[in-house]
Design a protein around this ligand. Structure first.
Ligand code: GLC
Length: 728
């Protein structure tokens, strides 16, 4: 049965807040799209996109800020599978996540929903998540495409990013997910990119997403991101959400009438949506007889939370003895901050807290004082009597959220004051943090024996934290974002969040550890850092160039007294590069779990594509030929071993022109020979003088020709000889 054009237009415009239009003629039911990413938020009453209306109970897993600290593709896929089951049970056809935006500044209010300051780990883990969800017949929506790295003025502001930075940093993780996992949908962001709204950005939605990456799904707008439906359709946006009372549909119909848009464009969007939605096995109107194993998913949430926890510092006070004389301070111990605020807010099936779990482990009541807003004397009183104080500190929901950014990296003043009061009477304080993005620990890190970064751990995070504190679980999480020592050290500090004229990504490639390393900036804790209750040694590194990249193997030995999991990281640098480079970049990681005294070999494959840089000159990805150093270690600043390999590269040989410099010519051996004789004739012995060569290296050959009266034809002949010698 043919589908009338009016129904095709309707399918591109959404129905209601969370649903697509049913197309009976195509046997296509209405499909529900809803958030994501770390739990299913199926609203049951009023609908909104900022987490106000109530949602049906679902498992609240740790948000991306914590999940990424597992550095485990397997864990991300497992969480995705569980979410796919819950989405299916709740009749959700497409889960709106994962969020893959780069953490350009720790001030971004929505960083809790994103993976990292690094595109490689973002792409690897978000791809695993997508595979997990979609293995259950439920789609995903990779978001927010693109360069949506702040909440300030997010619906209007233009992200001004040079193309190399945009591609290598802000798009690269998205590209990895599209190529490795083919998300059913990609969600365009609210903001502009270099002046063009993402919803109408053909460069992003068609040239890159489809023509370069081969994206085969459909593009859905962020909720309310479409301002010109016709322009959006033409640019490659397929589904406008939510429905807008038919205004957009009418605009498309009128544009068709006026030949401002052709039917093929409408067919294209309709076809993309129809093909994807026909794969959805969870239909909004299906009777939801199947549920899921709530207890099993809660247990998974707990097991995952254990892997998310990052032990930043431990002078030996951890793990705690169960008979230690303890005091627990901080409301977060009793009222956990376990997820972020906004559209991702989940109504958990249950919610555990650390205080109950600590009490259960200790087997007795533990002195507790909420601190903060209540009487500060009480926490100090119980701290004075304790051997060890566990201080649960962090950011409240009103400090970070979708919709607005933070204005400070500090913990709230009342918490810092409380900590000072406690340190006055007891220095044996274990600080436990709950926060969606890095906070400054420099004000107190040197004065406490242990700091545990718990991020936001989901509904089962409390017992997971207690198990880590008492050593029931050996922590293994590692940072996927740097913890800076000072706000002004953040590479984007001078360029965040911009103003009405736009936000300039002035730090370019030097975001996160790339910037801190380039400036040799001291940080509190570096990207990739995380301690264990055991120790690991690295040995026997091998680094081998292959036809598709670099193969790395390294032996890891558990040199401590208890089983542990180590996340081995591989960073790559290239010497004497022809282009601007950051010192080194993460290009591989793998984890290994070892019993005490045991060794194991970790294998990491680095793909050549991941080594490429975007050449604004050649307007393509280029793998530079040269000596690549692979640094392997436990963090970006705890690099244990290194090996060097030569890679041939694939950079195009640029033809010699009058503007080619002498230095560039001398680098191409065949061209050098041609010019060698000419230079000798022109400069005599001086032409071999290293200092002369050095002074002249950056001179275009036409300039040199001018100095020595070389005739234009002579120069052209020399250049022609050189290009022939180079096979051009
Ligand atoms: C929100 C968010 C997006 C979410 C959508 C639907 O504004 O930006 O991540 O999926 O709207 O709630």
């Amino acid at each position: 049965m043919s589908v009338p054009i009016s129904k095709k237009i309707a399918l591109t415009g959404g129905a209601g807040f969370w649903f697509t239009t049913a197309v009976e003629e195509a046997g296509l039911p209405s499909i529900m799209l809803t958030d994501g990413p770390h739990g299913v938020r199926r609203q049951v009453g009023s609908s909104d996109h900022v987490g106000l209306g109530e949602a049906a109970p679902a498992t609240c897993f740790p948000p991306a800020v914590a999940l990424s600290s597992t550095w485990s593709r397997k864990t991300l896929e497992e969480v995705g599978e569980a979410l796919g089951d819950e989405a299916h049970a709740l009749g959700v056809g497409i889960l709106l996540g994962p969020g893959a935006n780069i953490k350009r500044s720790p001030l971004c209010g929505r960083n809790f929903e994103y993976f990292s300051e690094d595109p490689y780990v973002t792409g690897e883990l978000a791809g695993a998540f997508v595979k997990g969800v979609q293995s259950k017949g439920v789609g995903t929506s990779l978001k927010h495409f693109a360069a949506n790295n702040q909440e300030t003025d997010r619906m209007r502001r233009s992200s001004e990013v040079d193309e190399r930075t945009l591609r290598e940093i802000y798009l690269r993780g998205f590209g990895k997910v599209v190529k490795s996992a083919q998300p059913w949908t990609v969600m365009c962001s609210y903001n502009k990119v270099n002046g063009v709204p993402a919803a109408e950005n053909r460069f992003l939605l068609t040239d890159i997403l489809r023509d370069e990456w081969g994206f085969a799904g459909f593009v859905v707008s962020d909720w309310g991101a479409v301002h010109d439906r016709v322009k959006a359709l033409k640019a490659g946006l397929d589904l406008q959400m939510p429905a807008d009372g038919g205004v957009g549909d009418a605009a498309v119909a009128n544009a068709l009438e006026a030949a401002d848009i052709d039917e093929a464009t409408i067919d294209r969007a309709y076809g993309r949506i129809q093909r994807v939605l026909s794969r959805a096995t969870a239909h909004a109107d299906a009777d939801r007889t199947t549920g899921w194993d709530v207890d099993a998913h809660h247990a998974l949430a707990r097991r995952v939370a254990e892997q998310c926890i990052v032990l930043l510092k431990n002078d030996g006070v951890l793990p705690l003895a169960r008979d230690a004389k303890l005091a627990v301070v901080g409301e977060f111990a009793r009222t956990p901050r376990y997820q972020g605020a906004g559209s991702s807010r989940v109504n958990p099936t249950r919610l555990d807290n650390a205080l109950d779990a600590i009490t259960a482990l200790v087997g007795d009541e533990v002195p507790f004082a909420p601190g903060f807003a209540t009487d500060p004397q009480e926490p100090v009183a119980i701290a004075r009597e304790a051997d060890v104080v566990i201080a649960f500190l962090g950011l409240g929901e009103n400090h970070e959220s979708e919709g607005y950014d933070r204005t400070t990296l500090d913990l709230p003043l009342e918490q810092l004051t409380l900590l000072e009061d406690i340190l006055e009477v007891n220095q044996n304080v274990v600080v436990v943090l709950s926060n969606g993005s890095s906070v400054l620990v420099s004000p107190f890190a040197d004065r406490v024996p242990a700091i545990v970064e718990g991020w936001l751990l989901g509904q089962a995070g409390g017992p997971a934290m207690a198990d880590v504190l008492f050593g029931v679980v050996n922590p293994s999480g590692k940072l996927t974002e740097t913890i800076p020592a000072r706000p002004q050290d953040v590479p984007s500090y001078l360029h965040f969040p911009g103003d009405a004229s736009g936000v300039r990504y002035g730090e370019g490639l030097f975001v996160g550890y790339r910037g801190y390393d380039a400036a040799a900036t001291e940080v509190s804790y570096p990207f990739g850092h995380g301690l264990s209750y055991t120790t690991f040694a690295y040995s026997d590194l091998t680094v081998t160039a292959t036809a598709t990249g670099i193969d790395v193997t390294v032996t890891v030995t558990n040199t401590g007294q208890r089983m542990g999991r180590e996340i081995v990281q591989a960073y790559v640098s290239i010497a004497d590069s022809a282009v601007v480079r950051v010192p080194r970049e993460l290009k591989g990681f793998a984890d290994i779990t070892l019993d005490p005294g045991r060794s194991g070999t970790v294998a990491i494959t680095i793909e050549a594509d991941d080594l490429a840089y975007w050449s604004p000159i050649h307007r393509r990805w280029v793998v530079e030929g040269g000596a690549y150093t692979v640094h392997v270690g436990a963090s970006s600043r705890d690099l244990r071993l290194a090996g060097v390999v030569e890679l041939p590269g694939n950079e195009p040989t640029a033809p010699a022109t009058p503007q080619t410099t002498l230095g560039e010519l001398m680098k191409a051996p065949q061209a050098a020979m041609v010019f060698q004789a000419a230079l000798a004739g022109l400069f005599g012995d001086a032409s071999d003088d290293p200092e002369t060569r050095r002074i002249m290296a950056d001179m275009p050959i036409a300039t040199i020709a001018g100095f020595v009266g070389l005739q234009p034809q002579q120069l052209d002949d020399l250049l022609a000889d050189a290009n022939r010698a180079m096979g051009l």
